[in-house]
Design a protein around this ligand. Structure first.
Ligand SMILES: [Zn+2]
Length: 308
């Protein structure tokens, strides 16, 4: 699934093509895209809207219009957007929508698995809709470690599950969660509220660093993600742990291990990211327990109680 770096890369690619342009003609061919709203009705509403800004919040792409309305696009698993000059759009069986702009160029939306969504919001609904679903932007200068600490202090869920929650911090998905935890040297199963202040600071730094690395490399190209000009990102070539099971850790040389956390494949270094979920002195026990069951995703009841 595209995460913050991928969506940000799409935003940067689309902004010059869309900003200042009017949606002249809109065709939405997949009712799932606008569900529960009628795609024909949404298309009609979009026609005539002039784009002021292409924005992003977390994994949402936000096309803001002069009218104050906004089109919220979520790419989910396999959505992608492509900008093409007039008449240059080829055939594509997975195309779900096309917007023709007032300069004759087209923006096409393709989605193989069809989980992506387009939602047109009225001016008064835009901020509320987003703010109830998405936490702070991790790459904003104003985003500090204390903001992360506030979100984690009452969470007993494994830290990885906590940072996958978009209300904790915007835009972190499975890939960058693993990358951030490796950078912070925190085991993905550590209960969120048991991170030390130093670990929270390290994780805050790790989240920003891993996302910035992704943005610099124009996102990672896995599955169907593509840039609006049809090219690919290269962040996947520089992952520290994600997808690197059995390969040596770049910091200590230990083979990277894979477990499941919150139902998601999770890569980490067993040496750099020691499990110490039940406080001081329990590291070895925690590790053994964890090693015995590669699929448990939360600490045992007794461990949770002992941590209170
Ligand atoms: Zn290591």
């Amino acid at each position: 699934m595209p995460e913050l770096p991928e969506v940000e890369t799409v935003r940067r690619g689309l902004a010059p093509a869309l900003e200042g342009r009017r949606f002249e003609q809109v065709g939405i061919t997949d009712p799932r895209l606008t569900r529960p709203h009628d795609p024909l009705e949404v298309a009609r509403e979009l026609e005539g809207e002039r784009v002021t800004k292409v924005d992003r919040r977390g994994k949402y792409l936000i096309v803001r219009f002069e009218s104050g309305r906004a089109l919220l696009i979520h790419l989910r698993m396999t959505g992608s957007l492509r900008h093409a000059n007039a008449g240059e759009l080829g055939e594509d069986p997975h195309r779900r929508a096309v917007v023709t702009l007032d300069d004759g160029s087209d923006v096409a939306y393709r989605d193989v698995r069809r989980f992506g969504t387009w939602l047109l919001l009225e001016p008064s609904d835009v901020d509320t809709y987003i703010d109830t679903r998405v936490g702070k932007e991790p790459l904003d200068a104003a985003y500090k470690a204390k903001h992360l600490a506030e979100k984690l202090e009452k969470r007993r869920a494994p830290i990885k599950a906590a940072i996958l929650d978009q209300r904790t911090v915007a835009g972190v998905g499975n890939i960058y969660a693993d990358e951030a935890l490796w950078r912070a040297q925190v085991h993905p199963l550590t209960p969120a509220n048991e991170l030390t202040p130093d670990e929270v600071r390290a994780l805050h730094k790790g989240i920003r660093a891993s996302l910035q690395a992704g943005v610099r490399r124009q996102g990672s190209t896995l599955r169907n993600y593509q840039l609006p000009d049809g090219s690919s990102g290269t962040a996947q070539d520089r992952f520290k742990v994600y997808g690197r099971g059995g390969l040596p850790c770049g910091r200590c040389g230990t083979p990277i291990d894979k477990i499941r956390v919150a139902g998601r494949g999770t890569w980490y270094c067993p040496t750099c990211q020691m499990y110490r979920g039940a406080g001081v002195g329990s590291t070895k026990r925690g590790q053994r327990r964890y090693a015995a069951s590669s699929s448990f995703s939360r600490p045992s009841r007794s461990r949770r109680q002992s941590s209170v």
